[in-house]
Ligand binder design. Structure first.
Ligand SMILES: Cc1cc2nc3c(=O)[nH]c(=O)nc-3n(C[C@H](O)[C@H](O)[C@H](O)COP(=O)(O)O)c2cc1C
Length: 360
């Protein structure tokens, strides 16, 4: 069942990606253009550091596959693409391995093909500490993701209906594994309140996993006999909204969910993310055009991201948090209701002394 579900997810997620996307709230985030950025491309570094971890680039391939023959082959290609481009790579949920150790090779290929890369293991919040340790050991993971996906489970015909064990479970795993733990949503977003709770549980970073990209409500609804949960479409907060909501977060945040272009990566970094994760759109490139095309695409993204930092006068990803941003549309409405003042974002490059008492 788990292997078949995995293959269904790949098929339905790639179908979503093949249809042209509509509005994404990253479109409501604009950089103020300053024509004299005054920086040379050679002086830009894409390196990022957070939660005691160092990554060469602020872009990663987020959790997707493993557990079936087809998804093992996808993992092999993703690992090759990660190795050739230097991007960190997360495994898909490793619960299939706990049920059937015979599928271990579909996950361990992530490490064998990419021995020196940064690799993340992935479990759900009901995994035991022992299972979490086995997941980390199998792929010699540098960090562990715990995914939280209550909407997906609710719509999934065979999904979990009980979530009370998740909070204590996350705390036990965070205390019981040797590597940093990152909790991630799968596309409905982590709120500020949830990120505060995660910090109290010993979680080291939060992958906000917001709305705007792969929609697991729709994917699971498509697997239901009567597709009767269609009304949940649009549930959750966009990734851009999550980033604005967690400006004062006590732990670092990563941005994923609907990251479509290098400009979306730059927007996410400017809104405070330590890195941006991509799943569905890279999976479509791999399945439609092959691993060479995926390597070329990631290489182009990294090249253009460095170009955007140069254009914006930012030597590092973190320097983007001092660049001026305009927040428009529904995203601005979200900020008003959540008590987030968007005006200081528009005047960040002038420094703090120029931001106060300045009304136009
Ligand atoms: C085919 C597929 C399988 C996925 N499986 C997992 C998984 O096993 N564990 C997990 O944490 N997230 C999983 N995800 C969710 C992604 O990691 C990511 O959070 C989500 O797709 C939103 O990013 P995107 O809009 O770039 O696709 C999966 C995504 C896809 C497309």
């Amino acid at each position: 069942m788990t292997a078949q579900r995995k293959d269904d997810h790949v098929r339905l997620a790639v179908e979503q990606q093949r249809r042209p996307g509509g509005h994404n709230q990253f479109d409501d985030v604009r950089f103020v253009h300053h024509a004299l950025a005054g920086l040379d491309r050679a002086d830009v570094s894409l390196a990022t550091a957070f939660a005691g971890l160092s990554w060469p680039v602020p872009l990663y391939i987020n959790a997707m596959t493993g557990g079936s023959e087809m998804t093992g082959a996808i993992n092999r290609d993703l690992a090759i693409a990660a190795r050739e481009t230097g991007v960190p790579l997360a495994s898909g949920s490793m619960s299939a391995y706990f049920k059937d150790p015979g599928c271990a090779g579909t996950f361990s290929v992530l490490r064998t093909e990419n021995p020196a890369g940064f690799v993340l293991a992935n479990v759900n919040a009901t995994a035991s500490v022992d299972q979490a340790r086995r997941a980390v050991d199998l792929i010699r993971a540098d960090a562990l993701q715990i995914h939280v996906n209550t909407v997906q489970e609710t719509v999934m015909p065979e999904g979990d209906r009980s979530f009370s064990s998740w909070v204590p479970g996350i705390g036990k795993i965070a205390a019981g594994v040797e590597v940093p733990v990152i909790v991630k949503e799968v596309g409905f977003g982590l709120s500020r309140e949830t990120v505060l709770l995660l910090e109290s549980l010993g979680v080291r970073a939060a992958d906000l996993g917001g709305r705007g990209g792969t929609d697991f409500g729709r994917i699971e609804n498509g697997r239901r006999e009567h597709a009767d949960y269609g009304y949940l479409t649009g549930w959750g907060q966009s990734t851009a909204a999550c980033l604005l909501d967690t400006q004062d977060a006590p732990i670092p945040v990563l941005a994923s969910g609907g990251v479509r272009t290098p400009l979306d990566v730059a927007r996410a970094l400017a809104l405070g993310a330590s890195g941006a994760g991509v799943s569905g759109t890279f999976l479509r490139t791999l399945l439609d055009d092959g691993v060479t095309a995926l390597i070329a695409r990631i290489t182009t993204w990294l090249d253009q991201l460095a170009a955007l930092l140069t254009l914006l006068g930012a030597r590092t990803p973190a320097a983007l948090t001092h660049r001026d941003l305009l927040i428009h549309g529904e995203l601005r409405d979200f900020c008003v209701d959540r008590g987030i003042d968007t005006r200081p974002f528009a005047r960040r490059s002038a420094g703090p002394q120029h931001r106060t008492g300045h009304t136009r």
